[in-house]
Ligand binder design. Structure first.
Ligand code: ADP
Ligand code: ZN
Length: 221
């Protein structure tokens, strides 16, 4: 099964994509995670991407497309994937369609996590991410059992460089500008499924699972 998760920064795409990927035994592909990995490893892609990311701007389409295309060449995506953070504009949606077509693949569902702006700002401001496994926590909503330590793996938790007020605002502006075209594109393709996502993560996950169960004959869900 090949699923795209859409939604504003802070909608919980990463949290839901990780949980869904575990549940469905699918690889989780996050362009944000891949880019951050490149930045922390100091690759040439990472060096080019860093400035855009810290300002809350999109990394140029071409760079992200190249990175994603390399990821799609790995064997594990044969059984499907949960795509998180891509596409972010119409050009990327078209690039993705072409890449999949070349591999004889197509998207099965696009899940749009519909979240209000106040919830998004509150979530991003308090987000904590594990350095080792990438798990997300929240200072208030989802605190780790031990302060600064990941529940899953014991890794150190940190705040992302782009989770500050000014950059969050910019990321939301970029998102608002691009998302309507994207939603229209997938609605026309008959793939779009809207899921209200202001509630706590486990409740949202239940809704997504039910929706996929209803629309797909998929025994693992
Ligand atoms: P969020 O959705 O919370 O902004 P992500 O981890 O998905 O977080 O993305 C973080 C940053 O990485 C973005 O602000 C952008 O700079 C860059 N990025 C991630 N995915 C893409 C993409 N598909 N195209 C361009 N830039 C991207
Ligand atoms: Zn961890």
């Amino acid at each position: 099964m090949r699923i795209i998760l859409l939604g504003p920064p802070g909608a919980g795409k990463g949290t839901q994509a990780k949980a869904m990927a575990r549940r469905l035994e699918l690889p989780h592909i996050s362009t944000g995670d891949l880019l951050r990995q490149n930045v922390s490893e100091g690759t040439s892609l990472g060096k080019q991407a860093k400035g855009f990311m810290n300002k809350g701007m999109l990394v140029p389409d071409e760079l992200v497309a190249r990175m994603l295309s390399a990821r799609f060449k790995q064997q594990d995506i044969k059984k499907g994937f949960m795509l998180d953070g891509y596409p972010r504009n119409l050009a990327q949606a078209r690039t993705l369609a072409d890449m999949l077509k070349d591999g004889g693949m197509k998207i099965d569902a696009v899940i749009y996590l519909d979240t209000s702006e106040s919830v998004v700002i509150q979530r991003l401001g308090g987000r904590l991410v594990c350095k080792s496994c990438g798990a997300n926590f929240h200072i208030k909503n989802m605190p780790p059992k031990v302060k600064g330590v990941c529940d899953n793996c014991g890794g150190a938790l940190y705040q992302r460089a782009d989770d500050n007020e000014a950059t969050i605002k910019n990321r939301l502006n970029v998102y608002e500008k691009e998302v309507s075209g994207l939603i229209e594109y997938y609605r026309k393709a008959g793939l779009l499924q809207r899921v209200p996502a202001d509630e706590d993560a486990p409740l949202v996950l239940d809704k997504i699972v039910k929706l996929l169960q209803r629309n797909n004959d998929f025994s693992k869900v």
